[in-house]
Ligand binder design. Structure first.
Ligand SMILES: [Zn+2]
Length: 357
């Protein structure tokens, strides 16, 4: 969604909300993680139609049908598509629900009069701001359109920097098709392509599935987690254990473990060292990154898992005495082990008692 939105130079929440309204589906907007979710199961064809409709209504210039428009709010709160190609200002469908939404969540204002140097200085703060810069948007769209449809002439820059645009119905349709191609790329691949983070891995799909439930404030039945991992064919994968611990548990981890431990038992049937290390890695992320307020509870959490026979002394002791960058950075890794000390000490003493017995 954010790729599509970027290509259209609209904030991702606009097309997401539009999909939600048109499909009668719930949406989740997670700006922080750049994740925009339309709930439910929908046909790709239908999604294409809806995207085409969004482009026609909220992107294409009302006069020349060029997509290089910018949304602006007029003084009396009307939404204006300001066309960079022909200069005309056209309105949008006033009764559409998205119109009300945009009025309540107006497009971010672009900063005027910022020089290239100031822009560069701000680059770390926000790439999005650069996208909203006219020139950037034009370049980006032009590059994208050129790359995607070399055969169809969309918009040629003349020497005098004016746009010549084919406004015939066929040309407009072709333009819409190219713009909405992005959505098919994203929806149709079904995890066949991977992004930089390897987000297509089934373990990541499981994590995403759990995250979505959390984002919707749904309680997750541990049995569903187990079933989902079976569907994804990763029930016995050691990484799955890590994902379950770091994603499914929250600030109530101690209590939630009662439900999660039986799931872990199913997933750790062979009790391999890898599985145990993944349990510890998941805990490191849970208390080191996701819920630092849980750090003081780490000994309690470890104890509960240990008593469920999911961890062996030797593996825990080795973990406790070796800082590792595998799951979190070094400082966090140290902090986690310091927090685990009371449990490690107890384990040490319990072990020597065993020996003297
Ligand atoms: Zn125009």
């Amino acid at each position: 969604m954010s790729d599509v939105a970027k290509a259209l130079a609209r904030p991702p929440n606009y097309p997401t909300k539009f999909f939600g309204f048109e499909l009668g589906a719930q949406t989740t907007l997670d700006d922080k993680n750049d994740r925009y979710i339309v709930n439910g199961s929908h046909q790709v064809d239908r999604l294409r139609e809806v995207l085409d409709s969004f482009i026609a209504k909220f992107v294409l210039c009302g006069s020349c049908k060029n997509p290089e428009t910018e949304l602006q709010m007029s003084k009396n709160d009307d939404i204006i598509k300001d066309c960079k190609a022909c200069g005309k200002r056209s309105g949008v469908d006033k009764v559409h629900k998205l119109t009300t939404y945009i009025q309540k969540n107006p497009p971010p204002k672009k900063k005027k009069g910022q020089g290239a140097h100031a822009e560069a200085a701000n680059k770390a703060t926000d790439e999005v701001e650069q996208m909203e810069n006219d020139a950037q948007t034009q370049d980006d769209l032009t590059a994208r359109i050129n790359a995607e449809a070399k055969a169809v002439p969309i918009a040629d820059k003349k020497a005098d920097n004016e746009w010549s645009v084919d406004t015939s119905e066929a040309a407009v349709q072709a333009r819409v098709n190219q713009l909405s191609e992005g959505v098919t790329t994203i929806l149709g691949q079904d995890g066949a392509n991977s992004d930089e983070d390897g987000n297509d891995a089934p373990e990541s799909q499981l994590a995403l599935w759990i995250e979505e439930k959390h984002a919707e404030d749904q309680t997750i039945n541990p049995v569903d987690i187990l079933n989902k991992s079976r569907d994804l064919n990763i029930e016995q994968k050691h990484k799955t254990v890590q994902v379950v611990i770091q994603s499914a548990l929250t600030q109530n981890a101690f209590k939630e473990l009662d439900g999660i431990i039986p799931v872990l038992e199913q997933m750790c049937k062979d009790g391999s060292e890898k599985h145990q290390k993944s349990i510890l890695g998941g805990l490191e992320r849970l208390v080191g990154l996701n819920y630092p307020e849980l750090l003081p509870q780490l000994p309690k959490l470890l104890m509960k898992i240990y008593q469920a026979d999911l961890l062996e002394e030797e593996v825990i002791q080795h973990w406790g005495t070796h800082v590792s960058k595998k799951y979190v950075d070094k400082d966090v890794s140290k902090k986690v082990r310091v927090s685990a000390k009371p449990f490690l000490k107890w384990l040490d003493e319990a072990e020597s008692e065993d020996e003297s017995d």
